[in-house]
Structure formats: C-alpha cells, structure tokens
Design a binder for this molecule. Structure first.
Ligand code: ADP
Ligand code: MG
Length: 248
C-alpha cells in the first residue's frame, strides 16, 4: 500500500424507486485518515459505500480521488473503471468466488482490475497470502476455509489492489464471534500502515481504537461527526445518543 491521496465526495444522492436513500452527502477524507461510519440499519451506510465504488450508481454528486474527478450524471465506463482502480471493497459476506482458490480469488482481481499477467498476479497474491497469515491456504477453496479465513482473503484481495481508498462494509458482522478478533487484527494492521479507510462497523471498541473520525448517519444524512472521544462520549444529537445507548 503505497499511494494514499484522500477522497472528496460532494452532494451525493441516491434514489431507489420513490425513496431517497442518500440525501446530499458530502465527505472529505484526508490521505491516511481512518473514518468509521455508524448508524441504524436501513440508513444508507452500505449504499454510500457502494456509490463510492459505483457498485450502485449515484444519481447526482461528484467524487474526487487523487486527480480523478467523476460526476455521477456523466460518468463513463472508463471513469468507473478508473475509480475502481483507486478504491477497493471488503464485503460483509466476503464475496469470494466459490470455484476459485484463495490465491485465484486475489489474483483474478489483479488481472481484471489492474491488468496484471497471470504470473504477476499469482506472485502478488502469494505475497499477500503470506502477509495475511494464509500462505498455507493458497490452494484451498473458500468452502474449506473458516469465516475468519474467508474474510482475511477478502481483505487480502482489497489490499492487493493497492487502492488509494479501502471501503469496508461491516466486515465482521457475518462472522461467528470466534473469528471476529483475527479479522479486526488484520484491519488494525492495515490501519497502522496509514491506508485511507472508510469502515462501516458496529464494533464500537474497535472504532474507538482506530478511527481518526466517526460519522453518525441516520435516514440518509450525516447527523454528526467527530473524533471518537467526542462522538462516542459527548454526542450532541438525540438520534446519536439513542443509537449509542442501543449498541453500547
Ligand atoms: P444500511 O447499510 O445503513 O443498513 P442500506 O444502504 O443497505 O442501509 O439501505 C438503505 C435503504 O435503501 C434501505 O431502505 C434499503 O431497503 C434500500 N435499498 C438498498 N439497496 C437497495 C436496492 N438495490 N433496491 C432498492 N432499495 C434498496
Ligand atoms: Mg449495510
């Protein structure tokens, strides 16, 4: 993870049917900043992350990553591919290919997104598998891995892309409790490298430890934000207070 240039999101909106799920969201994330997003379910957290990678296409707004600037209304296929080269995504349910080994799950992403040759991609995948403690699982299929190991492959795949921004959507919420710790440990290591990260999670202790800033979202809006000690211990808005009472 060499490059980190931050991201600037302005006026992002997303409508599903008759429901406006994201309402004019603006966020600036500095290079190397680790931002955690919390909020009630159904509030638009996943949609926000998916819009940042155009997994869902925003209806309006602009996204800037480094020297790339994309307008939701006019983005071309080439723009979207360029955005995906600069952002990587870790999914709640790992989203591994069941018919590919751990190595192939990582190398395929490098071939598709980064246009590496298969041998370059496999070499990079093996280095990542060593870094994530999974070297002995290179030839294993997801079904034979624990949930924690599958998610470490998912994070390894995102690390391999060497993206300027890593997006994590509740990466531990599908895991049995016994596997949560090893996944958070790997994310801590990524955070220590000053990788720019935007993380949706309900792991409040983890958020307090690694976040530079926590954003509380409700009903498609950013309600308030601040450093962990401010947002978690001195919340201002009643909705934030109620949410923290429920999860705390
Ligand atoms: P969160 O991640 O905060 O739980 P989501 O972003 O998943 O919230 O969902 C926000 C709202 O958008 C919910 O009301 C959800 O039902 C709706 N939604 C999400 N994805 C879609 C979709 N593909 N089609 C229609 N509605 C969707
Ligand atoms: Mg979600």
């Amino acid at each position: 993870m060499t490059s980190s240039s931050g991201i600037s999101v302005s006026g992002l909106t997303k409508v599903f049917g008759t429901t406006t799920v994201l309402k004019d969201i603006s966020i600036d994330i500095a290079p190397g900043e680790r931002v955690v997003v919390i909020g009630p379910s159904g509030t638009g957290k996943s949609t926000l992350l998916r819009c940042l990678n155009f997994l869902d296409r925003p209806d309006s707004g602009t996204i800037r990553v480094g020297d790339l600037r994309i307008d939701a209304k006019t983005a071309s296929g080439a723009d979207i591919l360029a955005l995906r080269r600069r952002t990587s995504f870790v999914f709640q349910n790992y989203a591994l290919f069941a018919n590919k080994t751990a190595r192939e799950n990582i190398s395929q992403a490098l071939i598709t997104v980064k246009s590496l040759s298969r041998s370059e991609a496999n070499a990079r995948a093996d280095a990542i598998l060593r870094e994530t403690g999974l070297a002995d699982k290179a030839d294993v299929y997801p079904a034979a891995l624990s949930g924690g190991q599958q998610q470490r492959v998912g994070i390894g795949r995102a690390m391999a892309l060497d993206a300027e921004l890593m997006l994590f959507d509740e990466p531990t919420s599908a895991l049995d409790p016994e596997w949560v710790g090893e996944v958070l440990d790997l994310m801590r290591r990524v955070a220590e490298e000053r990788q720019t990260m935007l993380i949706v999670t309900h792991e409040m202790q983890f958020a307090r430890e690694i976040a530079d800033r926590i954003i509380f979202m409700a009903d498609g809006h950013i309600v308030e934000q601040g450093p962990p000690a401010q947002l978690l211990d001195l919340p201002q808005d009643d909705r934030t207070k109620a949410f923290l009472r429920r999860v705390g």
